[in-house]
Write a protein that binds this ligand. Structure first.
Ligand code: NG1
Ligand code: MG
Length: 530
């Protein structure tokens, strides 16, 4: 699945047939608006989609594998480099948005080697700048320190709703980084390099994010979900859901509760990242031999629950009862038990309790190590609950993959009668759905990242025929995903309209976009025109 980002020759290479008409109009609008803004045509367009996560929530930053898929909604960026540099040692970025009343045009003159991003202000172009910064680092690595970035004129159009859990940010950052690479003569952009730079550079915008969104945005292939693993290195491979009659669909329903990580990071997202990291350090201090250091890794704070997991079993001779010959599933089950025995405090742990166990002289060392990059606000850290969620969610991802893999091998080898095929399909769908429902329970009860509105949406959808319903993305609002057989889609839509959306004040546009059935879409692409 690695290799270069594909070059699209036409929109048919990018979108599914049902989306072509709308997308053609939208792209034409982008191109003509580019011309009216800058007085000439763009040289190319870069494109990167949003994603929905099927399972594996809030475990990417602990470096456990996840299963997202790309959606049709995306960011497209038209680019021209016909702009002279403003003065020696600098380049110029002119950037505009198709939605210009909401996102104002900007112009920046930037020194070759310093892209400043002020993450304390909420500014739409920060996402472009973070992609720019990451791409320039890569370009400098390739071409040497005196590399001269090109000036760029940019017009962008994004259809992934912001703060909606569908990862508008990753779509924008990856499309931006790709655009910068291409503008500087690199039309062959390695998917893995692009993803890794986007993961790191998105952190410059103020969120300690994991790597799921950028991976899904770059690597996805039309028609397939994507299994992404982060260790020992980033790997992504397409995964198919079994063809069933009626067809299984993914329905995405907005809650219209905007969860803005930029605002609530210190009590929600960034706090969870800190809690998981502290849980890893705490478990390591208590369960591994004194002085054991967790390996530095690609997680946001450099050590992770996955790193603890591996270290613990690697030291299995010391840790009697832990044998490295256990399967990963058995290891995770073992870790769940250990967590329950070790982290007994339901009410959470104070800074001084944690500092004492980690052998740190004071809580200021603890803060320095774990909370200085992004501030968090909490008196107590719920290490027990967060670790339980992570290990159990990592297990659910494996169980779901197992169901998919055994079903595809049995459906190709059996020649069962159609009625038993139907019941097996029904059974499989219920089991897949049950795992999604368990994820939602864990997100609500244990990880505390759901909200009342999402819980209500899930209950309504299940009642109306969804096999499994849960929040998707960071949570605390945003979007939900539902596994629904095609013949129940209308039922679920109507129930949501009647029991949820009709009670909100929504614009026509919001109402239309509230529920969409999304087919797995393709990942990043460059369109060179012609
Ligand atoms: P959203 O909020 O949907 O962009 C976030 C993180 C992911 C992952 C999920 C939870 C960013 C860019 N993305 O997704 O890495 O941790 O939450 O599973 O912060
Ligand atoms: Mg995001």
């Amino acid at each position: 699945m690695s290799g270069p980002v594909p070059i699209a020759n036409s929109l048919e290479d990018i979108y599914t047939r049902d989306a072509l008409d709308t997308q053609t109009k939208r792209w034409n609008n982008l191109l003509s608006k580019f011309e009216s803004t800058y007085g000439h045509q763009p040289e190319f367009v870069s494109r990167s989609p949003g994603r929905v996560n099927i399972i594996g929530e809030h475990i990417d930053y602990s470096l456990y594998s996840v299963l997202p898929m790309a959606i049709t909604a995306d960011t497209i960026i038209a680019v021209s480099t016909h702009l002279p540099a403003p003065k020696e040692g600098t380049f110029r970025i002119q950037i505009a948005n198709v939605q210009d009343s909401k996102f104002k045009s900007r112009e920046f003159d930037i020194l070759y080697d310093s892209v400043d991003i002020d993450a304390t202000v909420h500014e739409w172009t920060n996402y472009f700048k973070s992609g720019l910064r990451g791409a320039l680092e890569l370009l400098r690595k390739k071409h040497g320190a005196d590399f001269k970035p090109k000036s760029m004129q940019i017009l962008m159009d994004g259809t992934v709703p912001a703060g909606g859990g569908l990862s508008s940010s990753a779509a924008f950052v990856t499309a931006s980084a790709l655009a910068v690479m291409a503008a500087n003569g690199e039309q062959t952009v390695d998917k893995k390099e692009l993803t890794e730079l986007a993961i790191v550079s998105e952190r410059a915008v103020g969120v300690n994010s994991g790597g799921m969104d950028q991976s899904a945005s770059v690597f996805s292939e039309r028609g397939s979900a994507l299994f992404v693993s982060f260790t020992p290195t980033l790997l992504a491979r397409p995964v198919s859901f079994p063809p069933t009659t009626p067809e299984l669909t993914f329905l995405i329903a907005q809650s219209f509760v905007t969860a803005d990580k930029f605002v609530t990071g210190p009590i929600h997202y960034n706090l969870r990242v800190v809690e998981c990291t502290l849980a890893a350090a705490y478990l390591n201090a208590v369960l591994n031999p004194p002085g054991t250091l967790l390996p530095g890794d690609a997680s946001p704070l450099g050590i992770s629950l996955h790193g603890f997991h591996e270290t613990y079993f690697a030291l299995s001779e010391h840790n009697s009862g832990a044998t490295s010959s256990k399967s990963i599933t058995e290891q995770l089950e073992h870790l769940l038990e250990l967590t329950k025995q070790t982290l007994t405090k339901e009410e959470g742990y104070t800074r001084s309790e944690i500092a004492a166990v980690l052998g740190l002289p004071s809580t200021s060392e603890l803060d320095q190590k774990f909370t200085s990059r992004f501030p968090v606000r909490a008196e107590r850290f719920k290490l027990r609950q967060r670790a339980i969620h992570v290990f159990s969610e990592a297990l659910r991802v494996l169980k779901l993959m197992d169901l998919l893999e055994t079903s595809s091998s049995s459906s190709s080898s059996s020649s069962s009668s159609s009625s038993s095929t139907t019941s097996t399909a029904e059974d499989l769908n219920s089991r897949l759905g049950a795992l999604l429902n368990e994820t939602q329970d864990s997100c609500r009860e244990v990880y505390e990242c759901s909200c009342e509105e999402i819980d209500r949406i899930c209950a309504i959808a299940r009642q109306a025929g969804s096999y499994g319903s849960r929040l998707t993305g960071a949570g605390w609002g945003g979007c939900s995903v539902h596994l629904v057989p095609a013949d129940k889609v209308n039922n679920v839509k109507e129930a949501l309209e009647r029991e949820y959306y009709s009670k909100l004040e929504l614009t026509e546009e919001q109402r239309e976009g509230a529920v969409v059935v999304s087919k797995p879409g393709s990942g990043s692409a460059l369109y060179l025109g012609g």
